[in-house]
Design a protein around this ligand. Structure first.
Ligand code: FES
Ligand code: FES
Length: 165
């Protein structure tokens, strides 16, 4: 007789609003975001913690959502790219990535922007070396990284002038 694994109900704040998902054991946060909550900015890359394309904020700290069982976010706060800005209300990082052509295929972009947001929230005026360090866990196969770094520098300047975060 086939056995059925118990499911869990996980409730958490997602982009500032309460959400609940019913998931199988060991479902990752990335899978819950993409398949249960239909938020697709967070990408399904390597699934092994090696590429950074699934980076989100958990209680305002960077995590690789492919490595986080969603049951661990119960009662906590998750922020994805959709939560920091979107059409008609772009975050300065999103505007700067657009203006600097910092995305080609775009697969890394959400993770890059979330890592950059984490950095700028803590260090509004980072050096280029500090930006490079903050992006160390995020791989890009397309851009050569220079437009991404220039976009983050530009976003920092825009934000220092009072452009909305
Ligand atoms: S998909 Fe999570 S690090 Fe690559
Ligand atoms: S833009 Fe393609 S992986 Fe970065």
């Amino acid at each position: 007789m086939a056995t059925q694994l118990a499911t869990h109900i996980v409730t958490f704040q997602l982009n500032g609003r309460p959400h609940a998902v019913t998931v199988a054991p060991l479902t990752t946060l990335r899978t819950a975001l993409r398949e249960d909550l239909h938020l697709h900015a967070t990408k399904a890359g390597c699934g092994q913690g090696g590429c950074g394309s699934c980076t989100v904020l958990l209680d305002n700290e960077l995590v690789l959502s492919c490595l986080v069982p969603v049951t661990l976010v119960d009662g906590r706060s998750v922020t994805t790219l959709e939560g920091i800005g979107g059409p008609g209300r772009l975050h300065p990082l999103q505007e700067a990535f657009h203006d600097h052509f910092a995305a080609q295929c775009g697969y890394c972009t959400a993770g890059m922007i979330m890592a950059a947001k984490w950095l700028l929230d803590r260090n509004p005026n980072p050096t280029r070396a500090e930006i490079q360090m903050a992006l160390a866990g995020n791989l890009c196969r397309c851009t050569g990284y220079v437009p991404i770094i220039e976009a983050i520098e530009d976003a920092a300047r825009r934000m220092s002038k009072g452009v909305k975060r």
